[in-house]
Every structure is written in C-alpha cells, then in structure tokens.
Ligand binder design. Sequence first.
Ligand code: SF4
Length: 306
Amino acid sequence: MTSTNGTIFAIKRFALHDGGGIRTTVFFKGCPLSCSWCHNPEGLNPAREVVFIKNNCIGCKRCLDVMKADQIAGFDGHPKFNFTSSVDFTLLIQNCPANAIVKIGEVITSSKLLETIKSDQVFYQEKGGVTFSGGEPLMQVDFLETVLRQCHSEGINTAIETSLYAPLKKIIPILDLLDTIYIDLKLFNSNEHLFHTGAPNETILENIAYILSSPHKDKVIIRTPLIPGITTSGQNIRAIANFIYECYPGVKYELLNYNYLAEAKYENMETDFTLDRSLEPLCESELKKLYETIEQEGIANLIKVH
Ligand code: SF4
C-alpha cells in the first residue's frame, strides 16, 4: 500500500553528516521508541503538536488578550499553556511576537516533498542526496516508500537513519530503493533495551540479521550512540560487535560519541531531560579501548569518525 501524505517536522538542507556528500535531511514525525537521550524530542509524537518555547518568550502578555479560558493554566513571568485543550492555537501563534508558541509538524504530500528535494539536486553532485531521519521514518513506511520510489526514478541518492524497529515485511519492499542504511543499535541485552528505549530489541536484531545476509548488506552502517553508563560498557559493545560480525564479517560499524546538545531542546519544550546533565563525551583513551574491543571481535570496517 502506498500513501501520498506524511507528517514531517523539519527539513535540513546542506547537511554534511547524514550520508555522503551534501544532503537534504527530512525528519519524519513519530517514533516507537522513547530513548532518554533522544536528540529530537520534537519528533517523538506522531501527531502535529503546539509547543511553548520558553526561552523565546519575552513576557509581553499579548497572548492573554487572545487566548480562550481553557488554553491557559496560569502566568508566572511567562504563560503556562494547556496544550491538551482541543481549542485551535492558531490565533495565539499569530499574535505572539517572539515565536514562543510554535506548531511542530507539517502534513506534506509526496510530490511537494519531492519538489523540495529536487530543488537541492544541483548541490548533490556525485555522492550527495536525500536522507530520511526522524523520529523513525519506518513509522510512516507507506509514505516513505512512495517518496523513495519518486527519488529513485529521479536518480537521487537515498539514505535512511533508522532503529529498524518495524515489521520486516514492511521493510523488505524499500531495501532496493535505498543506497545507504544507517541502523542505530544501542543495546544488545533486550531487557536493558526495553528499560532504556521502551521496547525490547528482538525484532531489531532479527531485522539486522536479515539485511546483513541479503544482497543489501554492503549498504549498511551499524551505529551505536555512546551514552555514558548506558551503552558504553565493553560488554555491550563486544556483544553488538560479535553479533553483527557473525551476521556479516564485512559489516561496517561506527560509534557515535555522546553530545549533549539535545538538553536545550528539552528545556525549551518543557520536557523532562532525565539523563544526568554532567555526562561527558568519551575521551580518546576510552574510545580507543572500545575500538580495540570491536577489532578483537573481527570487525575490520570500523568507522572512526566521531
Ligand atoms: S505573546 Fe508570546 S512572548 Fe508574549 S507572553 Fe505570550 S508567549 Fe510570551
């Protein structure tokens, strides 16, 4: 089944880190996981939503003049909105002079999205193209497939960033349409995966095993985000390295060092950031130790970039 409408929350143009060359990155809204370190909390909810960006608010109270009674829960230097209210927030958004009340998420047609992607095509040159990220692009896999088919017929290079937490039968039809597949594998132990991401990992591991034994295996880059104290144990990295090597000895593997840039987003959205704020990226010697662990498991295609 195909779908011509999807919900996205951002399009980043001229991206350099989401695949080869210069890329346009499209962020799909909605994710089935809920990792405490998520960099894009605005992409978790599949629905469009209105959020209050506290740091933008200048306390002018203009919103108080136009809001309905059930849209505000109080004012304490800045408004406390009741976003569960079913009343339309459009008037508030229009009247806020500081962009403090914003809608996140836009319903877009595949042809409109393709138009945007194609408008950047001149910059892609040999290696560049479009990357689908999120959220989790596979949550809207029918829409994704439609857009991928259109990109494919235009000769546009395509990449996906995914956790692969989706039914395999939904993933198989898009594999031919992808040039690069970044798979985020965070934790090998399923109970730990469930605790830290909200879902067990058996489906993810089965899907990885399938793709790494398919003709698409050389398109895959497995990535583990290094979240200190959660994903960084030698035991976890060894188990992941061992598993993916057993699936395909030529597998590419990359560690992504921790960065805490997401904290500000949580604060802006008044969402709890539950990670320890004092966490630091791993130092060179800690990274070196993990690289050695991976190499001991036989992986030669280790990407040491971040
Ligand atoms: S109108 Fe906007 S900037 Fe002014 S108080 Fe309301 S939310 Fe803050």
